[in-house]
Design a protein around this ligand. Structure first.
Ligand SMILES: [Cu+2]
Ligand SMILES: [Zn+2]
Length: 210
């Protein structure tokens, strides 16, 4: 019993000592930077600050998604960028779609084969949850708010926020398993019906890949 608990403590101790080592190094480094700035004057201060700022704001490059309808006709693009507070922003610029509210989801497979687009699989769902932003047991990572198409040319210019996916690595990455797909549906998402949101046919699709 004693041996077992001693063993359990070991990794914790190791973690603790390596953390304080890192802290100590960080403090030494900060001191070094301060002395360096004092010596070289304000010009250096600017470039050091600029370098630190660049490192802190280093973001993943935006991803462009080309969407096509069931017949293979281009219907516009989506630009995916990292949101400052985590997750992504998806800027839709679409045309040639039926007027009204539509669902947009991220589906699990980067394969858009018309006219049905079933090749794209179900909603991206790394946490095995139920569908719907309003669902008690949801949502899927790929679930998002509806957007509106308007005008004679069937245009949409909307930005969707998704805080459950990332452009980085890991299970929530839109690039996971070779990528995902952005899907537009004929109807709006009711935000609770599992697993589809009752959003009707898949009418436009674009692959999200690196
Ligand atoms: Cu969908
Ligand atoms: Zn869903």
């Amino acid at each position: 019993m004693k041996t077992a608990s001693a063993r359990q403590d070991e990794p914790l101790m190791a973690e603790f000592s390596s953390n304080s080592e890192i802290d100590a190094r960080a403090i030494l480094f900060q001191g070094f930077v301060r002395r360096f700035i004092k010596k070289r004057g304000p010009m250096i201060q600017h470039s050091v600050l600029a370098a630190l700022f660049a490192a802190a704001t280093l973001a993943a490059a935006p991803v462009k998604v080309d969407l096509k309808d069931a017949m293979g006709k281009p219907v516009g693009t989506a630009t995916i960028t990292e949101a400052k507070k985590g997750g992504v922003l998806i800027h839709l610029k679409l045309q040639g779609l039926p007027v009204g509210e539509h669902a947009a989801h991220i589906h699990a497979v980067a394969k858009c084969e018309g006219p049905e687009f079933t090749s794209a699989g179900g909603h991206f769902n790394p946490e095995m949850k139920k569908h719907g932003l309003d669902s008690e047991f949801g949502p899927h990572a790929g679930d998002m708010p509806n957007f509106t198409v308007a005008g004679k040319k069937g245009k949409a210019d909307a930005t969707l926020v998704n805080t459950r996916v990332t452009l980085d690595n890991g299970p929530h990455s839109v690039f996971t398993n070779g990528g995902t797909a952005l899907m537009i549906h004929a109807q709006k998402d009711d935000m609770h019906t599992d697993p589809t949101g009752n959003a009707g046919a898949r009418i436009a699709c674009g692959t999200i890949t690196k």
